[in-house]
Design a protein. Structure first.
Length: 65
């Protein structure tokens, strides 16, 4: 699976030049997520799976922490 080359920082990341943010990139069928302070570790998922996770979080279906 190819690693994407164009990473985008989250608009919710704090600080101007800090390495305290989440970065996102996509390929044709996948979404890649990583932390800017550990770029060697990536979470790879599909748009459908990520949408289901976000829906579960937003709806409270996953429980509370």
């Amino acid at each position: 699976m190819p690693t994407p080359k164009n990473w985008q920082k989250s608009s919710f990341s704090g600080g101007a030049d800090g390495n305290n943010c989440v970065e996102l990139s996509t390929t044709h069928h996948t979404i890649h997520l990583r932390e800017s302070d550990d770029v060697s570790t990536e979470l790879v998922t599909t748009p459908t799976s990520l949408a289901r996770l976000l829906h579960g979080i937003r709806s409270g279906a996953l429980g509370s922490a």
